[in-house]
Write a protein that binds this ligand. Sequence first.
Ligand SMILES: [Zn+2]
Length: 379
Amino acid sequence: MTHHGLDLSNNPLLLKTLNPTVAVAMNGPRKGIQPRTFMDLDMAVPGPTVLYQIHYNIDHDGKYNTIAKCIANPKDSPDKGEFIRVAVDAVKGTFIVQVGTNGPQQRFDIQQPPPDLSQCTRIEIKWCEPVFDIAHSVPARAELFDAAESKYLESLRPTVLEDPQRIKALVDNISRARYRGVKGGVPRTPLVAQVRCYRGANLQESFTAYDPRLIILQGRWFDGVGFPGVWGLTPNEKTPELRPFILRADCANKADQLHGFFFGRQLDKEDYPGSTQWCDAIVQDDLASGHTREEAMGQFSCPAAGEGKCHYALNPDCKWNSAADVVLLFETKAGWNQHGGLELFTVDNHDPKGGCVVLNDGTVKFIRTEDELRQLRWK
Ligand SMILES: [Zn+2]
């Protein structure tokens, strides 16, 4: 703090601009750290600030004093002449503040500026949307997209920015990121993109972007960035080209969720529910295990289809101990407790046309033609 922490100095704009991690007030027992400055350290400064004081301020007894462990000469012994020591560990990128000769130490991260990308002429963003990886990472979904579709999906994964205006929007946004220190591991939030920034042919920086609003650059975490909307980009379901694939993957997830019920019955009861009331049996089971009716009902509707309670039908010829590749569930028009054979199958819920089929072992296939449908095992 300047000038003992007096309100006369310490303009709120100065405090806001400095945005200190730690503030030290060289105050006396009756001089400095006045109420307005004390409050502004909390209210005017964007980040959290830890305040240290040389003395407890007896003029504001009980108020406008920092926490006891951050005061070198506390309330009941104001005259020991204790000091506050600050030591920088440049290797670790941290500094330590210690109160008195033997007082407690606290370690803080040295603030670092966000990456300076202002010289970049080309930025490559590789999106990590789940739909891009579902066919690779979940073996039971390997046949959800055919070879041409997988290739097309892969072509939608990268975004290359070369337009100076769009680069500037991204660079300005990153320049306002706040440093959060060096942390081990990875965040638990979803990975959004890998970003590589070039000047000409030279790679200048690369970082990973996580939801929400976090980037990590060589172990250093920065938050407060506003992608991808702020970057003027839409990698997710708002991208029209990606929409049918996301709907198909979501439909496969729903069908898989329904398969989970049948899998449980294989293990626990060695029996499947009667085909005339299989939807009711799933709802009952879900309600009994604490789910809401809304949650229970949500798993029956194909996200690509219109209205309707349930867009899946059960093949009554598939028993709990049938072979792994017998059709268990398949897409149909809207209804409830529907059951039967391939005559009920529909390709109309999806565009491009096709429908999800779940085999008895949980494999999900996307079937497009009559021929493919007949090749499946129905008994
Ligand atoms: Zn569907």
